[in-house]
Write a protein that binds this ligand. Structure first.
Ligand SMILES: Cc1ncc(COP(=O)(O)O)c(C=O)c1O
Length: 461
């Protein structure tokens, strides 16, 4: 099959699926027991099955028993609708199954990833960086902590944390992603090493509190080594003061990591880019292609301006892997993974197919839909509870029971939104994660929410 015919076949299937999903339910109503007994009674693997029947059955399960995250009214947790080119790319990858651990095994794939990463690194203002694709933001953040520890504490790699004279501590705002708690656990830092710094009225990291915490920890014998600034927090889309954080870290000798897992894509947009000012000063950056670049999971990225520290953290001397090319480091020696999928093709293919302008148009369309949602809610008497230039709106209104209201939205299949707590107050969170969301979707959803909120007794049943 040529790529052209494959592209056409996938395009036709995807268009059909997209339109069926847009017209169908968003929420599943199923229990774990229902799925488990169905699987047990239909799949004991004792005899071979028919591929068409299995495919149809699996599709039916995914259509009925999933939240449809590519639905235009899924306003969710950064899971995007996906571009056609990225789906074709993932199919090609599965068919060829290249192994990217060593350069010599898959030179083309390695160079395609390198090319794509250095293009994006350039957009972040990162030159001559180490960069790799990861399974997602959590792995990229883990890479950042491992490399920062390696650079900050020369004994860490060989002798471990127990050899250090003081316990290392890491600083992030109360709004930063909770992957860092798990990372502190698995790296041996311990969860108590994570210092949650206060935020200001816009939920951005409070620099004065950061400075105070670092000073206090030093006085108490701890060893501060890293600050994480978020470029788009998970709950409210807040962007920490990256420039100030970079300056603070430089003057205090701390590693500055920018977690731009979702918000990093804004760097391509001429209208949003300025909000990320200071990211170019970071020591390392996390950015997920499987969020606002609209490619399928998993596709994270890790960028670091200290290639030596990256090599030091991930080197792996052995006799059994193919010998490295003289001029290129093998990915298994510069990243956490060993066997490595060709993750980067979906981003490469998507960018090559739609061009930078096409990608920017998608990002800016979603930003416009976010503005429209915010404005329509305000006009209808909802209170906006967050402040961000990114398309993420947190909102509430007096007397609203958020949990019950969201359950009513779900029962009526209106929209997927989530409940969050901002400064200990419950609110509804809606992020425009789909490039398929239209003005008509926003108008209809806000109209329906107004109707349900007015008839309080309906959503309280
Ligand atoms: C700011 C931020 N960082 C990191 C992550 C973790 O990314 P992933 O789910 O791709 O591992 C998320 C996930 O939503 C996030 O919002």
């Amino acid at each position: 099959m040529t790529t052209e015919t494959m592209f056409d076949a996938i395009r036709i299937a995807k268009e059909k699926l997209d339109s069926e999903i847009a017209d169908g339910p968003l929420f599943p109503t199923v229990t774990p027991q229902e799925i488990r007994s169905y699987l047990c009674s239909h799949y004991d693997f004792s005899t071979p099955g028919n591929v068409n029947e299995i495919g149809a059955d699996v599709e039916r399960m995914m259509r009925s028993w999933h939240v449809q995250v590519t639905h235009p009214r899924y306003f969710g947790l950064f899971n995007p609708s996906v571009t056609l080119a990225s789906v074709v790319a993932d199919t090609l990858v599965a068919m060829h199954n290249p192994q990217l651990a060593s350069w010599r095994t898959s030179p083309a794939a390695n160079e395609i990833e390198r090319h794509t990463l250095s293009w994006l690194a350039g957009k972040f203002g990162f030159a001559d960086t180490a960069a790799c694709f990861t399974t997602g933001g959590a792995e990229a953040n883990l890479s950042a902590v491992a490399v920062a520890l390696t650079k900050s504490f020369p004994r860490y790699g060989g002798k471990g944390l127990r050899s250090l004279h003081a316990a290392p501590t890491i600083y992030l705002s109360t709004e930063a992603h909770h992957s860092f708690n798990k990372i502190a656990h698995v790296t041996g830092l311990g969860r108590d090493a994570v210092r949650r710094v206060a935020t200001d009225h816009d939920l951005k990291m409070d620099l004065a509190d950061l400075a105070r915490r670092v000073e206090e920890d030093r006085e108490n014998g701890f060893a501060p080594f890293m600050v994480v600034g978020s470029a788009g927090t998970t709950v409210a889309g807040a962007i920490d003061p990256l420039q100030d954080l970079a300056q603070f870290c430089r003057s205090e000798g701390l590693w500055f990591h920018a977690d731009a897992a979702w918000g990093g894509a804004a760097v391509l947009s001429p209208t949003l880019k300025a909000h990320l000012a200071g990211i170019e000063l970071a020591d390392s950056i996390t950015c997920d292609a499987h969020k606002w670049f609209s490619v399928p999971v998993g596709a994270g990225m890790f960028f670091c301006r200290h290639p030596d520290a990256v090599r030091e953290a991930f080197h792996a001397d052995n006799s059994y892997m193919p010998h490295a090319h003289d001029a290129v480091a093998d990915p298994y020696t510069t990243s956490i993974q060993w066997s490595r999928r060709f993750i980067g093709l979906k981003l490469f293919f998507s960018l090559a197919h739609e061009g930078e302008a096409g990608c920017v148009a998608r990002i800016e369309h979603q930003t416009r839909m976010g503005c429209l949602l915010r404005a329509s809610l305000k006009r209808s008497g909802w209170r906006i509870a967050n402040s961000t230039p990114l398309p993420l709106v947190c909102f509430t209104r007096d007397g609203l029971d958020v949990g019950k209201f969201l359950a009513a939205l779900q029962r009526a299949q209106i929209a997927w939104m989530s409940e969050v707590r901002l400064r200990d107050t419950p609110a509804i969170r809606a992020c425009v994660t789909s490039f398929r969301t239209t003005e008509a979707d926003i108008a209809w959803v806000v109209g329906e929410m107004n109707r349900i909120a007015r008839t309080k007794d309906r959503y309280e049943t």
